[in-house]
Design a protein around this ligand. Structure first.
Ligand code: FGO
Length: 419
């Protein structure tokens, strides 16, 4: 039995790898003979997101063969991507398009590097305004929401069933259920990465705000409370910090109960879980779901590219934001469909029929929050706030001390005293 399973799992993996190798080969062939090649730099290292993007590019190129081709080029992870884009500003070798977080857009706008997109995209009226508003800067549109995720609650259905616990629906419930389950299981069942993303879930749902009276604040009482919850969770034995790799990559290394993680992880979680994996909207308050952090990126078009590439890039943006493309992309990955009409498409209808849980991704999209879209935010979220969160969770500083130090660094950075 085990052997049969292994062989079939291997076959699936191989066919998956083979299919993707094929997509990469097809793209190579398509672009080799194309008159115009518009490069798209992205931060999908692999898995379903990369496969889905490459498949969209293949389909686009087929229908635009007389014009040219779009060539997706992986640049590592998201942070590698923005690092490479900053280097390309200096070197003068920017691609036609790239993925960007909203704060990246703010940064690239300081270099006046982006093409405004107002009036150039035909599907924009069909897109979720929550995402579209996030890519408007001074009233102008500088990005196309493409792969936008939202945090959701992942959970181990078998474990809840085994000990007879219901799905927690409020923050307090979440903590008390995690405590009881951890006690029953003999180890911490709420798994989290000690980073700014996990922190955001607790912070926003405790009423935290990062911008107060125009000032960036990372050490508010709500921030201290959110970090203290995680730190105490570890101390009290109901929360486990995953310090290496994604949570899904750590399955098998203990008893997993819950995590609050990006919906874009869904394909990875499903593939890795050897238990009945459930997803749900986040525990919140007042009978409503909690807010989930929006992550994932937008597509941007750089300014200094020739007219033919520009035209192709804009057509590509239209193509990937269509209801049909978004339905396919969302169903394959767990990203929130940014086109509001995507839900009526067969690809998403079939997905929802196959896996009714998937509606969670769409529903959670109505309870979504963004981090600040300021040019310095990437640096703040990783090198300052992220460091503070890790330090406190690992017991190297108290939450208050870690966040006070982070606040000073934020103040220094924003005042230009440090870089
Ligand atoms: C990731 C990062 C930012 C910013 C948030 C920012 C930069 C966070 C978080 C840091 O597209 P999302 O939702 O999910 C990613 C997707 C494609 O890789 O799949 C997720 N994934 C991948 C492999 C796997 O085994 N499991 C899995 O879940 C992956 O997270 O983006 C969420 C994670 C992080 O990259 O560590 O967005 N993030 N804001 N990154 N550079 N800048 O402002």
């Amino acid at each position: 039995m085990k052997k049969v399973f292994l062989i079939s799992a291997l076959a699936v993996l191989l066919s998956f790898a083979f299919a993707q190798q094929k997509a990469a080969d097809v793209l190579k062939a398509q672009c080799a003979k194309a008159a115009v090649v518009a490069d798209l730099w992205h931060g999908f290292r692999g898995g379903a997101p990369r496969a889905a993007l490459e498949n969209l590019a293949v389909a686009f190129n087929k229908s635009h063969a007389d014009e040219g081709c779009v060539r997706p080029i992986n640049q590592g992870g998201y942070r590698d991507l923005s690092t490479k884009i900053k280097a390309a500003f200096a070197a003068g070798n920017l691609p036609a398009m790239a993925q960007a977080f909203e704060n990246n857009i703010a940064l690239y706008l300081q270099a006046d590097a982006l093409q405004p997109l107002d009036g150039k995209l035909s599907s924009i009226a069909e897109l979720n305004p929550l995402f579209v508003n996030a890519v408007r800067f001074d009233g102008k549109l500088y990005g196309l929401p493409f792969n936008k995720s939202v945090q959701i609650l992942y959970y181990n259905r078998d474990l809840l069933k085994k000990y007879g616990y219901a799905l927690p629906r409020s923050l307090n419930d979440f903590v008390s259920t995690a405590k009881k389950l951890s006690k029953a299981a003999g180890e911490p069942v709420y798994w989290f990465r000690p980073d700014t993303s996990t922190f955001a879930y607790w912070f926003f749902n405790m009423g935290g705000k990062y911008v107060i009276d125009g000032k960036v604040v990372v050490n508010s009482p709500q921030a201290v409370m959110a970090l203290t919850t995680l730190v105490n969770g570890v101390k009290d034995g109901w929360a486990k910090a995953i310090t290496s790799g994604y949570i899904n990559q750590n399955f098998g290394k203990g008893v997993y109960g819950f995590s609050t993680d990006t919906s874009a992880g869904y394909s990875y979680y499903l593939r890795a879980a050897k238990f009945d994996l459930g997803i749900a909207t986040l525990p919140g308050s007042g009978g409503k779901p909690g807010y989930g952090l929006v992550q994932g990126t937008d597509l941007i078009v750089f300014k200094d590219i020739d007219a033919a590439k520009q035209k192709l890039a804009l057509e590509f943006l239209d193509f990937v934001s269509s209801a049909k493309a978004q339905a396919l992309f969302s169903a394959a990955t767990g990203y929130v469909p940014v086109n509001l009409k995507a839900q009526d498409e067969p690809a998403l209808q079939d997905k929802l029929m196959d896996n009714p849980d998937f509606k969670v991704v769409i529903e959670q999209g109505n309870y979504a929050v963004f981090e600040p879209a300021i040019p310095e935010w990437e640096q703040i979220r990783f090198d300052i706030l992220g460091q503070a969160i890790t330090a406190a969770v690992l017991g190297k500083a108290t939450p208050k001390a870690a966040l006070d130090k982070a606040q000073k660094q934020v103040d220094d950075l924003l005042a230009g005293r440090i870089r």
